[in-house]
Write a protein that binds this ligand. Structure first.
Ligand SMILES: *Cc1c(COP(=O)(O)O)cnc(C)c1O
Length: 392
């Protein structure tokens, strides 16, 4: 018997919200002072709280993560070409263009799904100024190898950690790597301010530049130094952030048994491979990503996604299409991006958030198992489980 569909649509995520009473207390403060933006007390408090969580010396809040990437690259003086990954959200390459540089696409590692350091050097030209890597689904990019290449060629290293809030590698916070790390606080991320983002870094001079860049280049009442942006986060969003931050760890804890159950249920399904964290990594638990191997499962990723919709389950094809397939990057400089192309057709993100609950996870896991049994070819030739990248 086929499993029963959900009565209501189950989406890939459902943003958590803080208790309204506590937000109300903040709103009372704001209404009492009429301080609404421009680094008010809520903004100062959230930057301080985030500095403690992210592990770098400095944090700067911004209107969203994309602005963070753009302004961070401006602050570093990035120009010419920036080597990045095609297996990411559009914001990654777009931010390079908005910063006044050109994205050059490098293929990914098959297992980590992050940029393959082994293929970066071949793409370096005299115009290259930086590497912009993404910690995809919270799996850290190979930070050691990337830094070694950057040091050899004098390049800046930038991390898009939109998926990697609270991630640590052998207990070292992920933001400790690279010249700066961007976090997105969009509603769909583990920690959010509805819209928002930040940069985390250790260099004081970057902080001074960001302070100017996010506020029109204004240094003081009578001095405007550079053509800055408006990239500020307002007091109400900061208040949401202060409260959400208190709950981020609890949300992660709620997600742990859900991931364990998904993995248990899916480990026996031929052709389904959950994306696993390398040893020593404690991750954001932001996504539940899996790879669909059509030959052994019986359905392609796209077919599985479609079938799940008939059960009222709305998984997402992150990241599809590949950035190199956007018309605007059709002529971009690029590696052959074979691994990224394969990932873009095979990866699926399942519904995953604390409130989802174990029962729903069990039902979704069983739906996938059922679809496999229904469509699987009779002879299975399961490949060996992918070896897992190690960090030292
Ligand atoms: C969400 C996301 C961004 C964009 O962040 P915003 O805060 O929405 O601007 C950038 N990169 C990746 C990988 C993302 O998932």
């Amino acid at each position: 018997m086929p499993p029963a569909p959900f009565r209501f649509p189950i989406r890939v995520t459902r943003p958590a919200l803080p208790a309204m009473k506590r937000v109300h207390d903040h709103l009372n403060d704001i209404w009492a002072t009429h301080v609404l933006s421009n680094q008010g007390p809520k903004h100062i408090r959230l930057e301080r709280d985030l500095t403690a969580v992210l592990g770098t010396k400095h944090v700067r809040l911004l209107g969203n993560g994309t602005l963070g990437l753009i302004l961070g690259m401006k602050a570093l003086g990035v120009q010419g070409e920036v080597i990045t990954t095609p297996f990411t959200f559009p914001a990654t390459p777009h931010s390079i263009v908005w910063a006044g540089a050109v994205p050059v696409f490098c293929d990914i590692d098959r297992h980590s799904l992050c940029i393959d350091p082994g293929r970066i050097e071949a793409l370096i030209t005299p115009r290259t100024s930086a590497i912009l890597a993404v910690h995809v689904y919270g799996v850290p990019a190979n930070v050691v190898a990337i830094q070694a290449i950057a040091d050899k060629y004098g390049l800046k290293v930038i991390y898009d950690a939109a998926h990697a809030f609270m991630t640590t590698i052998n207990n070292v916070p992920i933001a400790c790597y690279g010249d700066f790390t961007m976090f997105s606080f969009h509603a769909t991320k583990l920690f959010h301010t509805i819209e928002g983002g930040c940069l985390a870094f250790n260099d004081r001079d970057i902080g001074k530049q960001i302070d100017l860049l996010r506020n029109f280049g204004i240094q003081d009442e009578t001095t405007v130094l550079i053509p800055g942006m408006n990239a500020k986060l307002n007091e109400i969003q900061c208040a949401i952030g202060i409260e959400m931050l208190k709950e981020a760890e609890a949300e992660r804890e709620r997600r742990k048994p859900l991931r364990t159950l998904y993995m248990e249920l899916l480990s026996d399904v031929p052709g389904i491979h959950c994306i696993r964290m390398p040893q020593g990594v404690s991750d954001s638990l932001q996504y539940m990503a899996l790879r669909v191997d059509q030959e052994n499962f019986g359905l392609s990723r796209d077919q599985l996604c479609k079938e799940l919709e008939s059960f009222n389950v709305f998984a997402r094809k992150y990241f599809y299409p590949l950035c190199t397939d956007y018309p605007c990057y059709a002529n971009a400089l690029s590696d052959d991006v074979q691994n990224a192309r394969e990932a873009a057709t095979q990866i699926l993100c399942l519904p995953f958030y604390g409130e989802l609950g174990l029962d729903a996870v069990e039902r979704i896991g069983k739906m996938i198992g059922y679809l496999g049994v229904k469509h699987r070819p009779t002879i299975s030739c399961e490949p060996m489980v992918a070896d897992i990248q190690q960090y030292s």
